[in-house]
Design a protein around this ligand. Structure first.
Ligand code: MG
Length: 408
């Protein structure tokens, strides 16, 4: 008989909680490092709220760190629950991202203690790798087509297609005098351009590849209903964020009028935002930004709930998720039976130098490494070479032709 396994590491405590801000590939990334009383044993978590990094840093430094130092890092669920209610007024992007930074780091530590990659702790592999989708953009349908073909040549089977970025880029000639600065777009011209784009792509490329599109909440609800109908013949893999999170009731209208699969959720914070949509089968894919809902602990519950209702996962995976967050996405992708697809924006240089152990993508599939925990590290000296630029973003200052501010 071999020795019985140790049920827990005795006297292990959280010694330090630190926030690392870095912007190696432009996006401001926020990583939390939780160090333990065991020399060399630490975990990393993604807390990236790229538009408000200093607010997240303050929430960790001033409130979570004093709350957590001295506690047992093995008690992930209890730490999540108590961190969430410790502020009494809970929820929201700043506090959820701060908690996520700690939560992912604790899962990383648990994997290291167990000597297993995180997907093993979450139930083991349901598949060897996670299919990813990438973004093909272009000024017109021919340029989009070229970029779709380029990704197909790289082995991708899922490709998101946008023409001119979110909301399109159509000339605006009817601004009123004195119109304020902003990122102007024409929602009507945009909505008309999308079916034309997919008609072109399906005619030229056929139906052997999965195509996706992101509305990015840029339309009036009834126009989103119409667009979901208009693109139905082109068999999208999904239509993403057709409505802002403030308009959940309109999903029923989309559902009643088309069979275009719907993906939703990168702006969600709270279970009450997704439970009704999942329970009523009004969406097909849940695609939250995992750090925005509080980390792996709530995400694994969300994935399990979605499984029971036939909803698949498609976690948010743009450039403003750190490679640590991408690794967390991947471990959930591998271990969730109802995984759908993983958004991925590439790991451009110098990200792999700053984050040794980035998951690898080959022929459209993302693979984990076999290191314990999340399997990813951060080189803090490298990270320090890329300080976060100051200032709020301007792409979120979105306006329609008459100058009205709308959801970005
Ligand atoms: Mg999106």
């Amino acid at each position: 008989m071999s020795e019985p396994m140790v049920s827990e590491a005795k006297n292990l405590t959280i010694r330090e909680v630190r926030v690392i801000l870095t912007a190696p590939a432009r996006s401001r990334l926020i990583v939390v490092k939780v160090e333990t009383s065991e020399p060399g044993l630490y975990g990393l978590g993604c807390a990236t709220f790229t538009q408000r990094p200093l607010a997240v840093k303050a929430a960790v430094d001033d409130y979570l760190k004093p709350f957590l130092v001295g506690k047992d890092p093995q008690r992930i669920e209890d730490i999540w629950q108590t961190s969430w209610v410790n502020s009494y007024w809970r929820n929201g992007p700043v506090l959820n991202n701060a908690i996520s930074g700690v939560d992912m780091a604790l899962w990383d530590i648990k994997g290291k203690l167990a000597g297993m990659p995180l997907f093993q702790l979450l139930g083991g592999k349901c598949r060897e790798a996670a299919a990813v989708y990438r973004h093909a953009d272009g000024a017109d349908e021919h340029e989009v087509e070229d970029n779709v073909r380029r990704y197909m040549d790289e082995g991708l089977h899922h490709i998101r297609c946008q023409m001119g970025g979110y909301g399109g880029r159509n000339p605006i000639s009817r601004r009123p005098e004195g119109a304020l600065p902003g990122a102007y777009f024409d929602p009507v011209a945009y909505a008309q351009s999308v079916p034309r784009l997919f008609e072109h792509l399906r005619k030229r490329i056929g139906y052997g590849v999965e195509l996706l599109h992101d509305i990015h909440e840029r339309l009036q609800p009834i126009d989103a209903v119409r667009l979901a109908k208009d693109v139905e013949p082109y068999r999208l893999f999904f239509l993403e964020d057709p409505l802002p999170p403030e308009q959940p009731e309109w999903f029923r209208m989309i559902r009643q009028q088309s069979a275009t699969p719907i993906a939703m959720g990168e702006l969600f914070n709270h279970p009450l935002e997704w439970i009704p949509l999942v329970k009523e089968r009004l969406i097909d894919f849940i695609r939250v930004h995992i750090s925005q809902i509080g980390g792996i602990t709530p995400a694994k519950k969300m994935a399990a709930m979605c499984e029971l209702f036939g909803v698949r996962t498609a976690w948010h995976g743009p450039g403003d998720v750190s490679p640590v967050g991408h690794a967390a996405n991947l471990h959930l992708d591998l271990s969730s039976p109802n995984f759908g697809v993983q958004e991925w924006s590439g790991f451009p240089d110098p990200l792999p130098e700053v984050f040794p152990g980035c998951p690898e993508v080959r022929q459209g599939y993302m693979y984990p490494n076999d290191r314990p925990g999340l399997g990813i590290d951060i080189d803090e000296a490298q990270a320090a070479k890329y300080p976060c630029p100051p200032g709020p973003p301007d792409w979120t200052l979105t306006r329609t032709p008459d100058g009205t501010s709308v959801r970005p």
